[in-house]
Write a protein that binds this ligand. Structure first.
Ligand code: ACO
Length: 362
């Protein structure tokens, strides 16, 4: 069984993860063609094209997502004191659960827009701050940063978040996408499918790793400490966060896309070059040590390593990184849910019973 590795559970036109070549294809484009080159709204159009009736024209996606953010903001009124004390991902999930369910374009667009509104509101509520209403005229990434900090971001910051959201928009049949497809296959509706996705994303083996990357960088503190710190962590039996992957046997291509985004951002920042220098030293030391200690197991940098550096630089608190992941990945969940409804059937695998045989009647 082994976690269904190598079991093909769906046919998809959406994305392909080639773990041997280190290549991610999204609807016929490599990640290099998309990350840092197109806005999140355009990537959403690319992924959802042909999956749902009434999808706006590409040039209307930005405005329609802006309208949907404004609509979603009304739901933030439900973020009361009790909810504000919960982890941001729990808050986002609770607010998402209030959205109408269904399979039409209005449900899809409102769902698509909602984490970009709910995540900043959840972060601010945890800090005792009031939520900031969306500005529908802005791009999705720029508005999310504005709702987080209260002032419009610099163009380089908005571009960096756009690059992140596009980079993680879809990634084959990962755990959260599979959960979304299983739920969609029962015809439960897009909101139900996305709630299944976000619940699966929460765990540290899937979307929860970048927070611990920050703990590691903080623990190391300076480039010259990297090797000794990492050796001691491995001696204790710890895993190095941000390294290794269930599918990639070479470098995760998303790590390079995000490293490029961090480098662009660092050009306009006073503190980021130092943090980036530390991260690069830790990465180089970790790759060297892992190669030496695990010569038979290729262990490379994964998406979470530079995710952590990027989202920290953009001002997201590290306990909220998984919410930002959900903000990008929700498009993948919706597209897969629609594809499942359009071309799949109820997902109902079998299990192999290994329990005791029934007792014979005396
Ligand atoms: N640090 C040290 N050793 C590692 C690491 C690591 N990051 N990753 C794997 N290994 C070692 C394991 O200890 C194991 O060694 P052993 O055979 O001597 O016991 C061997 O490599 C294989 O480990 P598996 O768990 O079988 O590898 P798998 O490919 O299934 O695991 C995973 C993938 C969970 C991502 C793992 O590499 C890991 O725990 N990495 C750290 C956490 C992390 O960065 N997670 C984010 C992943 S990206 C994403 O999900 C979006």
């Amino acid at each position: 069984m082994d976690g269904l590795r190598d079991v093909v559970a769906a046919e998809t036109v959406l994305s392909d993860v080639d773990g041997q070549a280190g290549r991610l294809i999204i609807r016929g484009f490599t990640l290099d063609d998309l990350a840092g080159r197109i806005a999140y709204e355009s990537a959403c159009h690319l992924l959802l094209d042909g999956m749902i009736e009434g999808l706006p024209e590409p040039r209307r996606m930005r405005a329609r997502l802006g309208e949907a953010r404004a609509w979603a903001f009304a739901e933030v009124a439900a973020l009361d004191k009790d909810l504000a004390g919960r982890p941001p991902l729990d808050v986002v999930r609770a607010l998402m659960a209030r959205l109408p369910d269904g399979d039409d374009i209005d449900v899809a667009l409102r769902l698509l827009a909602s984490p970009a509104v709910f995540a900043p509101a959840a972060i601010r509520a945890g800090q005792g701050l009031a939520p900031i209403a969306p500005d529908p005229a802005l791009g999705h990434a720029a508005d999310m940063l504005r709702m987080l900090k209260g002032t419009p971001p610099a163009p380089a910051e908005a571009a960096a978040l756009d690059a992140y959201l596009v980079t993680i928009i879809d990634h084959g049949l990962n755990a959260s996408t599979f959960a979304a497809r299983v739920t969609a296959s029962t015809l439960a509706g897009l909101t139900s499918a996305a709630l299944a996705g976000i619940s699966a994303l929460k765990g540290p083996l899937h979307g929860g790793a970048p927070g611990p990357v920050i703990d590691m960088l903080d623990g190391i503190g300076a480039p010259e400490n990297a090797t000794a710190w990492l050796e001691a962590a491995l001696d204790r039996g710890d895993r190095l966060m941000g390294f290794g992957h269930g599918v990639y046997r070479v470098r995760d291509p998303r790590a390079d896309a995000l490293k490029a985004a961090v480098r662009s951002l660092a050009e306009a920042s006073a503190e980021l070059p130092g943090r980036l220098e530390l991260a690069e030293a830790v990465e180089a030391a970790a790759l060297d040590i892992l190669k030496r200690r695990k010569p038979d197991r290729p262990l490379n940098t994964n998406v979470e390593f530079y995710t952590a550096v990027l989202l920290e630089a953009l001002g997201f608190p590290h306990h909220a990184f998984t919410c930002v992941f959900a903000t990008g990945r929700i498009c993948g969940w919706i597209a897969h849910a629609r594809e499942q409804v359009l071309s799949g059937r109820l997902i109902r695998p079998s299990s192999h019973y290994v329990g005791p045989a029934p007792r014979q009647a005396a």
